[in-house]
Structures are given as structure tokens and as C-alpha cells.
Design a protein around this ligand. Structure first.
Ligand code: AGP
Length: 608
């Protein structure tokens, strides 16, 4: 999705804006631009393509000035082009705007503004904003932005500059992320914290419909009624390096390797041997939990796959029925919700539009909502009743790895917490599971040692056009995630099937040489899975098996095997996904794909 950066201070804005935008590249974009005030006039530079193109243009024709806004655009309305890139300006170029989100009533506003004599140059929804601000401008930029926003429907994070009010930036957000960075005599707006971390660790987290005015003297926050708001400073404790590659080829590889730590961090102070599970952020009482008769787990993409594992583990441990839904489907299917329904939404970014909409739908019907998210202060975290943060740290690669891993940890913690409170497990059973879970970081570390064999298998298979992932039970849930990862970053078509389902149709696709990745980590399903593998090998498939150490008999059936260190198979998803992530990664590298920024994908999908 789009990225926004704004700067006001004593330094030259251009370099700071471009550097800030580079930290937002992970959000996905197809064009970039800046608008800077110099000598009471606004200079705009924007172009299609990578940020490097913009940097090149700025080198050729530098723009001076210490106040500016910058943007990386991910096209929604209008193709990626120089003209559709942000910032957008009013007709005489005295007002410039950057915007993230979608103005849903833009056609109506465009017609209305056209009837007032305004002319449009681009195909974007955003272009209505500078014209609206122009229409309402009467010497007070904040006032004009407030009135313009009053006309707009949809989602937006906006930064505005105006050469008649040359010493300020006005910004506002609704359903799109925005933070304010507080430096020494310099201030920033940005879509995400990494964009300002080289300059400050102190930020304000903005809520929906809060307006900000940044001047060289400071920052003021206002309600939509223009009442000043007092906001506590949020001090960022994680390191700026956490958002850099740290010696790895790509963010994705780095993030795969960070998983043992991410698992540990997410369990820290929550799971301790001999102590009750501690979830300070979840306020649900034992009595409320007793009354819960149904849980919906709702999410998109990888987070949805974590939800499927969540269903298995919550149902198994707490005996509460769980339904898992794709967020974009949930909101339109009139789900049965009442005050005894609990919703768990899972979202790395906490800003996914469909997930947020599903959360709101459930709340409107009286359900209680627990958010599992990786981003502190994200929309999802603020709108849910309870929050369980995954401590994966910033995830930059578009393809999620460590966030998924910590979402799994969160689902296991929630399942154990429910079981403990509902007393569906004995103390001994609970204690055994906790002890086993605490072994996960070191076991995950061991899984990373399998790299060479996976790399070899990737080198043998990367030219294939189709691949299949098979599993039963928890393995099927992980197979879905393995298949998504492969599609996302290597562009190879792949499908995940439940082992037993194959013969009901998809087996028709298996032919000589078809690549199949088969997971067989569930003891009670092992033999059945081996039979499913035989069904494909007899038809010529080339199979990579993933199972636990001790199951070497699988070698009689598969072509290559990856062995996971032994752990209670109940926790196998946290380990078995690691070789699948590495497999996708090495296949994509062999194919020469841009692993961290796969085509057509955005990290944070803030539109429906
Ligand atoms: C992950 O690899 C994907 N790029 C994508 O499916 C992602 O998980 C999905 O868009 C949900 O994002 P969220 O967790 O930020 O809500």
C-alpha cells in the first residue's frame, strides 16, 4: 500500500523524504514523488517505478526547501504512471497532497468540483483532495483540510502543504495508518515508524479523524471539532537495525532466521513453568469465557492460515467450537453473532481493510474481539476489546514468515489460556504442554540447519510450472501456508490438498515428474499419509517428505526427506513451516525473483 512521509525542520527535506520512503518500500509501490516548499512556491517531482528513479531525477534537478511531503503509490484508481503518482496538486500548484487509502465518493466529488470549474489531470481518486482544500481555503489550512475531509467518504491518511501557509504541514488519518515523529526542532509524519527511526524514537500514534498541524516550533493534535488533544509520547524501544537486512541477502531470509527469537519473545513472560499463563492484555473474565459458545477466527492470507492451526488447537484444548473465516468473506455472509460469540482477528499489520471491517461487523453485533497483531497502536489493536501482540519485530519482506510463526505461538497461547481457565485440561497436562512449548526456540534453530538439502531440492525443481503440497490435520494447515509462500515469491502455480482429498479429483493432475511436498508429522496419521504419498509416486510424482527424526522409514516412499527435531507433534506446525519457507525462498532465488518485493503484492492491504 502507499507510503507517506512528511518533514518540517531546518534540514533539506528532499533527502530526508527519500530516505524515509525507502524504509516504507516494504509496503509495496509502483511510483514515488515529493513536493517541497521553497521560497513560497511548491516544487513537485514524481515518477513511475522504483524510488531509485525519483532519486535519479532529484540528482539531475535538485529541489531545495526544508518543508515537504513524499509518497510511494500502490495503484488503485488509475494505472501506475507519472501523472497518477502523488503528490497531487490544485490547478495553480499552490496546494499539494499525499494520500493513502481510497476516497469512495470521489466520482461524486469530481463531478461537483468540475461543476465549480475545477479541472482534473489524473485518473486518481486522490486528486479531488487538493481541489477540495483549494475550494475551502480561506487563509487557514487546517480549517480548509477539515472542511475537505468533511466531504470525503472512505479511508485516508493525508499530508497537505500550501504555499500561502508555507510554514506548516497539516495531516489527518481515518482507517489508514499514520504516526507523527518528534525530533529536535524537526517533525515528521509517516505511514510507519521505520520511516522516522533514523531521526527520532519519540512518536505520537494518531487515532482516526485526528488532525495534526506540524510547524517548525512543534506539533499540535486536534479533534474534528478543532479541540486540542493531549497525547502521550510513545517511545520506540526496538532498534533501527531491526528494520535493516543485517548481513542477509534479503529481508525474507533474515526474517526466517529470526524465528527462534521471535517465538521466544512472543512466549516471554506469558508462558512460565509452574505459573499460570499471563496475558495482561486480555481482560476477558473466567465467567465471560464460560459463556462463550462459539469462536470465529478471521483473517486474510497467511494470517488466515495461522487461524486454521488456531482452530485445531483451540478446539482440542478448550473444547469451544471454532470457525475460521477469510475476512473478505465473513463480512458479507451475514454470520451468526451474538454477545456470547468471541472473535479472534489475526493481522500482522493490524491495518488490513477486510480484517478491520470484519472486526467492526462483529463488534456491531455485540461480540467480544481479541486482536492478534504485530503492530503496536495499529487500527486493529485499538478497536479490539483485547490485544495479544506478537513480538516478531518489524516484518519487511512482503511474504510473511516470522509474523506467521508468532501468530501460531499466539494461537497456542490463547488455546492454553482458555484450557487453563475453563479447566478442560488437568494441571499436569497443561504443565507438560507448556514445558514442550518452551523448547520451540531451540528446535526452530535446529530446523534452520536443514538449509543445504532444501537448497539442493530447490535447485532440482525450480523450473517446474506446478507443485503440490499435501498433509493431514495440522499438516494440511501448514501445507496451505507452504503453497501460498511458493506462489507469492516464485510465481510457480501450486495447490495444497488434504492427503485424503487427493483421490477425489486433483490426482488427475499428477504425472511423471510432478513435484509434491508431503508433510507427515502427525503420528496417528503417519501411515495414512504414507499411503497418500504412494498414490502419487506410483503416478510418477517426485516427492519431498517432511517428517520427524525417527520416521526414516519414509525414505522407502519419498525421493528426498527433511527431518524435524522431535517435539510433541501437537506443536509441529511451528517447525514444519520452516523448511517450506526455505524451499520457497531458494526456488525464488534460483528463478531470479525479487524475493522481498514480489510482483503485484503489497505488504499491508489497506483497501477492500
Ligand atoms: C503474507 O505472505 C501475505 N503477503 C498476505 O497473505 C498477508 O498475510 C495478508 O495480506 C494479511 O496481512 P495482515 O496479517 O497484515 O493482516
Amino acid at each position: 500500500m502507499c507510503g507517506i512521509v512528511g518533514y518540517i525542520g531546518k534540514r533539506q527535506a528532499s533527502a530526508i523524504l527519500v530516505e524515509g520512503l525507502s524504509k516504507l518500500e516494504y509496503r509495496g509501490y509502483d511510483s514515488a514523488g515529493v513536493a517541497i516548499i521553497d521560497n513560497n512556491s511548491i516544487d513537485v517531482m514524481k515518477c513511475k517505478g522504483r524510488l531509485a528513479n525519483l532519486e535519479e531525477k532529484l540528482k539531475e534537478t535538485p529541489i531545495e526547501g526544508t518543508i515537504g511531503i513524499g509518497h510511494t503509490r500502490w495503484a488503485t484508481h488509475g494505472e501506475p504512471s507519472d501523472l497518477n503518482s502523488h503528490p497531487h496538486s490544485n490547478e495553480d500548484g499552490t496546494i499539494s497532497v499525499v494520500h493513502n487509502g481510497i476516497i469512495e465518493n470521489y466520482i461524486h466529488l469530481r463531478e461537483w468540483l468540475t461543476s465549480k470549474g475545477y479541472k482534473f489531470k489524473s485518473e486518481t481518486d486522490t486528486e479531488v483532495i487538493p481541489h477540495l482544500v483549494d475550494y475551502f481555503y480561506n487563509g487557514d489550512l487546517l480549517d480548509a483540510v477539515m472542511k475537505a475531509v468533511g466531504k470525503m467518504e472512505g479511508s485516508y491518511a493525508i499530508g497537505v502543504i500550501c504555499n500561502s501557509d508555507p510554514d506548516k504541514i497539516v495531516a489527518v488519518r481515518k482507517d489508514s495508518p499514520m504516526i507523527v515523529g518528534l525530533g529536535e526542532n524537526e517533525f515528521f509524519i509517516a505511514s510507519d515508524i521505520p520511516a522516522v527511526l533514523n531521526h527520532t524514537r519519540d512518536v505520537y500514534l494518531l487515532n482516526d479523524k485526528e488532525f495534526v498541524v506540524l510547524t517548525k516550533d512543534g506539533v499540535k493534535l486536534f479533534t474534528e471539532e478543532k479541540e486540542e488533544i493531549r497525547r502521550d509520547i510513545y517511545h520506540v524501544t526496538w532498534n533501527a537495525d531491526a528494520a535493516e537486512k543485517g548481513g542477509y541477502e534479503d529481508f525474507m531470509l533474515k526474517e526466517i532466521h529470526e524465528q527462534p527469537k521471535a517465538i521466544k519473545d512472543t512466549m516471554t513472560s506469558r508462558i512460565m513453568p509452574g505459573k499460570p499463563i499471563t496475558l495482561d492484555e486480555i481482560k476477558i473474565t473466567r465467567e465471560e469465557l464460560e459463556n462463550i459458545n462459539k469462536i470465529y477466527v478471521v483473517a486474510c492470507g497467511t494470517a488466515y492460515h495461522a487461524g486454521i492451526v488456531g482452530k485445531y488447537v483451540i478446539e482440542k484444548l478448550s473444547r469451544i467450537p471454532v470457525e475460521v473465516d477469510i475476512a473478505s468473506e465473513f463480512r458479507y455472509r451475514n454470520p451468526i453473532i451474538d454477545k456470547n460469540t468471541l472473535m479472534i482477528v489475526i493481522s500482522q499489520s493490524g491495518e488490513t481493510a477486510d480484517t478491520l471491517a470484519a472486526l467492526r461487523e462483529a463488534k456491531n453485533h455485540g461480540a467480544r474481539v481479541i486482536a492478534v497483531t504485530n503492530v503496536v497502536g495499529s487500527s486493529v489493536s485499538r478497536e479490539a476489546d483485547d490485544v495479544l501482540y506478537t513480538w516478531a519485530g518489524p516484518e519487511i519482506a512482503v511474504a510473511s514468515t516470522k509474523a506467521y510463526e508468532t501468530q501460531l505461538v499466539a494461537m497456542y497461547i490463547i488455546a492454553l489460556f482458555f484450557a487453563e481457565n475453563k479447566k478442560t485440561l488437568s494441571k499436569e497436562e497443561l504443565e507438560d504442554l507448556k514445558k514442550e512449548m518452551l523448547l520451540l526456540p531451540e528446535k526452530a534453530e535446529e530446523c534452520l540447519k536443514n538449509k543445504e538439502i532444501i537448497q539442493r531440492y530447490a535447485a532440482q525443481t525450480y523450473t517446474h510450472k506446478d507443485m503440490f503440497f499435501l498433509g493431514r490435520g495440522l499438516d494440511y494447515a501448514v501445507a496451505m501456508e507452504g503453497s501460498l509462500k511458493l506462489k507469492e515469491i516464485s510465481y510457480i502455480h501450486s495447490e495444497a490438498y488434504a492427503g485424503g482429498e487427493l483421490k477425489h479429483g486433483p490426482i488427475a493432475l499428477i504425472e511423471k515428474g510432478t513435484v509434491v511436498v508431503a508433510l507427515a508429522t502427525q503420528d496417528e496419521l503417519f501411515e495414512k499419509m504414507v499411503s497418500n504419498v504412494k498414490e502419487v509416486t506410483t503416478r510418477g510424482a517426485h516427492v519431498l517428505g517432511v517428517t520427524f527424526e525417527g520416521n526414516e522409514s519414509i525414505e522407502k516412499t519419498v525421493d528426498s526427506a527433511i527431518y524435524l527435531p522431535r517435539i510433541n507433534p501437537f506443536f509441529s506446525p511451528l517447525l514444519s513451516v520452516i523448511p517450506l519457507q526455505l524451499f520457497s525462498y531458494y526456488v525464488a532465488v534460483q528463478k531470479g525473483c525479487d524475493v522481498d518485493k514480489p510482483r503485484n503484492l503489497a505488504k499491508s492491504v489497506t483497501v477492500e
